[in-house]
Design a protein around this ligand. Structure first.
Ligand code: NCD
Length: 478
């Protein structure tokens, strides 16, 4: 078996709930397949004959749903669909797990969009057939990322070394969350330009800083050093592969990158349906707009413009006739991209895809160990699937341990993190209660305790409730 065949066969039966479910070589293989499907659609017209895709869209959608459905029809497969929670048994209180088991018995593949973060991961765990996340609340949208990577690769030839500005609602825009992580994996430098109050969430940036090896510079007043083309930037991620990556001087390397301008702008609309009016969030009045004038300023003259669409006011209509605008192409490319993905997951690719370029190394993000202890930690994200009353009946919080000082627990479903407020070793459970000690999360104990034994408590009080007492040096803040 050659490399392409091996990667292709490794994808059969898998699910795509988040971009990090696939290695770089696997993502690239899907993109190679998309290229092939776009050029030779007729060769694949009956590749999925006899297969049924369940299309479950519990949030509004035009492009994503229609491009998935078109893709399956173009592959010769068929569809069953549900587009409204109110019209399904979920409205009667059925759990996602039960729905997954039932629909997984009807269809060969499930494509689902759902407002709860992590919903696709749960369905993938129970369905018994491949599940594709078509958007889970404000969390991830991995197939939009495949379309974005495909569009950028076709335009530039490769992703390595690209400088891209993510623009607009970086807080609730799920497309930018998946795209951020994927771009970092392929060697991009990322400039974050959010609307006021819409910065990328901590868990997105924290994963960026921990998992992909580059340098993240945050919260500085980063502007171009020549004062021209002033771009108020909230954070910059500089790829470890940048010639400017100066390990000891991250601010300087960020400044150098900023001064070089950007190759692409990724514009997003304000996700007003996800804003929390109950906690006082309101729509910013100065949402950043991309128009011809901006694209005339220094650093943007050669930037191509992408947008996952739909657009509202953030992208001027005058941009439609500009040759740098790629967003409609990007939307059309959703069909071959999704054809390739579904055919691969269903094992319906008759032979391997021709590969114009060598596939990248089989790079995968850092793997963090599963956290196997119950220390009372809960996912802090109230929109996470694990915190929904119907799902909490059978799902328990699940985390990965992110080692460091302090250690953190990352929710397996929605990627939100809990920072340790106190730590201890599980070996202490073998000791008498009088000898059970907990420590400060930033003390040297965080590196002394073996990762599989590390107990993480959100607060010192949680450790005390389990019979632990502060160690002599514990400088634990409640
Ligand atoms: C995006 C989405 O649904 O997250 N649209 C899409 O899938 N193309 C972006 C958006 O709704 O703003």
């Amino acid at each position: 078996m050659n490399r392409g065949e091996m990667i292709g066969s490794g994808l059969v039966g898998r699910s795509l709930a988040g971009v990090d479910d696939f290695s770089n070589a696997e993502l690239s293989y899907v993109l190679a397949g998309a290229e092939e499907m776009a050029e030779h659609r007729e060769r694949y017209a009956s590749a999925c004959r006899g297969k049924i895709m369940a299309s479950l869209f519990f949030e509004p959608s035009t492009r994503t749903r229609l491009s998935f459905e078109t893709a399956m029809l173009r592959l010769g497969g068929q569809l069953v669909s549900a587009v409204d929670v109110g019209a399904t048994s979920l409205a009667k209180g059925e759990t996602l797990a039960d729905m997954a088991r039932v629909v997984g018995g009807y269809a060969d593949l499930i494509v689902m969009r759902h407002p709860w973060e992590g919903a696709a991961r749960v369905v993938a765990d129970y369905a018994g057939v491949p599940v594709i996340n078509a958007g889970d609340g404000g969390h991830e949208h991995p197939t939009q990322t495949l379309c974005d990577l495909y569009t950028l690769t076709k335009d530039r030839g490769c992703l390595e070394g690209i400088r891209i500005a993510l623009w607009g609602d970086l807080k609730y825009g799920r497309t930018v969350h998946s795209l951020t992580w994927a771009l970092a994996r392929f060697g991009a430098t990322i400039v974050f330009r959010p609307g006021a109050g819409l910065a990328a969430p901590d868990h997105v940036l924290s994963k960026l800083a921990t998992d992909y090896g580059g340098e993240l510079v945050r919260g500085e007043q980063l502007v171009r050093s020549d004062g021209e083309g002033v771009l108020p930037v909230d954070a910059i991620y500089v790829t470890p592969r940048s010639p400017h990556q100066l390990a000891m001087l991250p601010h300087m390397s960020a400044q150098l990158e900023l001064d070089r301008g950007v190759d692409a702008l990724y514009v997003t609309r304000l996700q007003k349906e996800r804003m929390r009016v109950d906690v006082g969030e309101s729509q910013p009045t100065d949402y950043p707009v991309v128009d011809r004038q901006l694209l005339r300023t220094k650093g943007f003259e050669h930037s191509v413009v992408l947008h996952p669409l739909p657009r509202v006011d953030e992208l001027a209509l005058e941009m439609d006739s500009d040759p740098r605008s790629l967003y409609f192409k990007q939307a059309h490319q959703g069909v071959p991209v999704r054809m390739a993905l579904m055919a691969l997951l269903l094992g319906c690719v008759p032979s391997e895809f021709p590969l114009e370029k060598a596939l990248p190394d089989d790079w995968r993000p850092v793997e963090h160990i599963d956290y196997a202890h119950d220390t009372g930690v809960r996912c802090p994200n109230e929109r996470c699937v694990v915190n929904q009353p119907s799902e909490a009946r059978y799902l328990s919080p699940r985390f990965r341990l992110i080692q460091g000082s302090p250690p953190r627990l990352r929710c397996v479903y929605c990627d939100h993190e809990v920072c340790a407020g106190a730590i201890a070793t599980a070996e202490a459970y073998d000791e008498s209660t009088s000898r059970r000690k907990y420590h400060s999360p930033t003390s040297r104990w965080s590196s002394f305790i073996r990762p599989e034994n590390l107990l993480v408590f959100a607060r010192a009080g949680d450790a005390e409730a389990r019979g632990f007492r502060p160690s002599a040096q514990a400088q634990v803040s409640e």
